[in-house]
Design a protein around this ligand. Structure first.
Ligand code: NAD
Length: 490
């Protein structure tokens, strides 16, 4: 059984811009509550929430209570603890664009007893730079940390511009760019699997690995945010950050130690080694899709109110990494909305044995497949070929060695949300699981020409049925290499 020792962090002031928004209500407030009941948050810490609505402290605390009722499990909802937690929350009405609304925040933070101060930007990306400028103007940036939600830029030029604006006020050591996939338990377990075991690392290269698939499938569509999504698309929303980060962690060389810059240096090398996909190469190695309607659901074109939209809700890519370790092992990435299931996984398919000493009919040998499952049921699964038990001939079968983390962790164990770790890492000052500016830029540098090639081609994404596995073009993309995707089922 797993045991976890909770080490309390120092008392802190966490200022959340956009506290009345969807992310704060669904994630940030509940995850802070979970850290609180686990005894990690000292009681004199303060969560200071800002938003545009005219609300009193009392009214906002009531809203937070409602948010907790909807998101926290019955088992973990303890009224006394909830009251204590809620009393740590302070609400300030603040319109970022008005110079007048900042006095209350300034006076609350001036001479604050808590030494750790962090500002969390849970607002639309267009407000990141104006907020940071205000923090600089009010001298609140010095000695504080800045947490920036995704997306960090829309392309390379806008990411550089945003970096310039933020970098005028904050040093890189104080900037925490969130990619919540990095906070997932399995993703960190990938580091343990690769670098705390002797078993896999000698095999972790193109001599032994045939190919790698990385999938992030969503069953939901754009759900009322079609017009917003239409300016983004799956490539920017999922591939530039989450999928490329997973690819980096899977492909990187061992860092010399598990620390922020050592890790990020290695991830950056992977991003820089990605074979560029431009023009014809981009069109040949990528597939875009757009979901159609279902009997009870509108299709994407109706949801985004733009019948001519060429925005992709699905993308599949074949990616090569130009390095000694990976030359000859393609990575296939895919992500999409309104697919058959909600799942995310990394699948490592090893090469077949060079020769079978068994016959062909009853004794096939399957390639070993290691599945690193991020969602649902976080865990690892390794399939190996074993003998069918019992007398009566020698037959083989494919046997899974399954390790679902929750199954191995006792009845009381709860899978922590990625944001729990990430927010506590901000307070601890640990940047290991956050993206550095050069990583973000290298990712955009690789992504931009692909989007440009799509735009230049003037073609529309391929339609696919709602709740299917995606467009047929994606099946063909991988079939060209005599391979197939793992089924999108859970
Ligand atoms: P939202 O639209 O639900 O909330 C936005 C918040 O910003 C609200 O509290 C609103 O009052 C506040 N706000 C708007 N204009 C303001 C102004 N002029 N001055 C002060 N406050 C203002 O947005 P969200 O879904 O909570 O997303 C917040 C950020 O998190 C975005 O950058 C988004 O890309 C990112 N994000 C969200 C999710 C999610 O699941 N919602 C997931 C990943 C990343």
């Amino acid at each position: 059984m797993m045991t976890s020792k909770i080490i309390p962090v120092d008392p802190f002031d966490l200022v959340i811009f956009g506290i009345t928004g969807d992310l704060a209500r669904r994630k940030l407030i509940p995850v802070l509550y979970y850290r609180f009941i686990d005894g990690q948050i000292p009681k004199n810490s303060r969560i200071i929430g800002l938003a545009r609505s005219e609300l009193t402290n009392e009214q906002f605390r009531n809203q937070s209570l409602e948010a907790l009722k909807q998101t926290v499990s019955e088992k973990d909802f303890d009224s006394e603890q909830v009251n204590h937690f809620i009393s740590c929350i302070h609400y300030i009405k603040n319109d970022v664009n008005s110079d007048e609304d900042w006095d209350t925040l300034q006076s609350l933070l001036k001479n604050a007893p808590n030494t750790v101060q962090a500002f969390y930007l849970s607002v639309a990306p267009g407000l990141f730079a104006p907020i940071v400028e205000q923090l600089g103007r009010l001298n609140l940036a010095e000695n504080s940390r800045l947490v920036v939600e995704k997306p960090f830029g829309h392309d390379l030029a806008s990411a550089k511009k945003l970096q310039y604006q933020i970098g005028n006020v904050y040093k890189e050591e104080a900037i925490y760019r969130i990619d919540h996939y990095l906070g997932k338990e399995t993703v960190q377990n990938l580091m343990a699997l690769r670098f705390a075991n002797k078993l896999f690392e000698p095999l972790w290269n193109s001599n032994h690995i045939d190919h790698i698939q990385i999938t992030a499938a969503e069953s939901l569509g754009v759900e009322g945010r079609g017009e917003y999504y239409d300016n983004i698309g799956a490539m920017r929303d999922m591939v530039q950050n989450h999928l490329l980060q997973l690819l980096c962690l899977t492909a990187m060389e061992p860092p010399y130690k598990f620390d922020a810059d050592a890790m990020r240096d290695e991830k950056l090398k992977v991003l820089r080694a990605l074979q560029p996909l431009m023009g014809e190469q981009a069109l040949r190695n990528t597939v875009r899709g757009q979901y159609l309607g279902a009997p009870d659901k509108p299709g994407y074109l109706e949801e985004c109110h733009n019948q001519g939209s060429q925005t992709e809700t699905y993308v599949a890519l074949k990616v090569k990494i130009n390095s000694w370790r990976w030359a000859g092992t393609p990575f296939y990435l895919r992500t999409g909305k309104r697919l058959r299931s909600q799942m995310a996984e990394i699948v490592i398919t090893f090469r077949s044995t060079p020769h079978s000493i068994f016959g062909q009919i009853d004794t096939p040998i399957w390639p070993n497949i290691l599945v690193i499952r991020l969602q649902p049921d976080e865990g690892l699964n390794l399939s190996i070929t074993t003998k069918d038990p019992g007398p009566g001939g020698f037959r083989t079968r494919e046997t899974p060695l399954d390790m679902t983390f929750a199954d191995n962790s006792g009845d009381d164990w709860r899978m922590p949300d990625a944001y729990e770790r990430l927010i506590m890492d901000v307070i601890r000052g640990n940047q290991t699981l956050f993206m550095r500016d050069d990583e973000v830029e290298a990712a955009w540098q690789w992504i931009d020409p692909i989007i440009q090639a799509w735009r230049n081609s003037g073609t529309a994404p391929e339609s696919y049925d709602s709740y299917s596995s995606g467009p047929t073009g994606a099946v063909e993309l991988i079939a060209r290499d005599h391979r197939r995707w793992r089924d999108v089922i859970v």
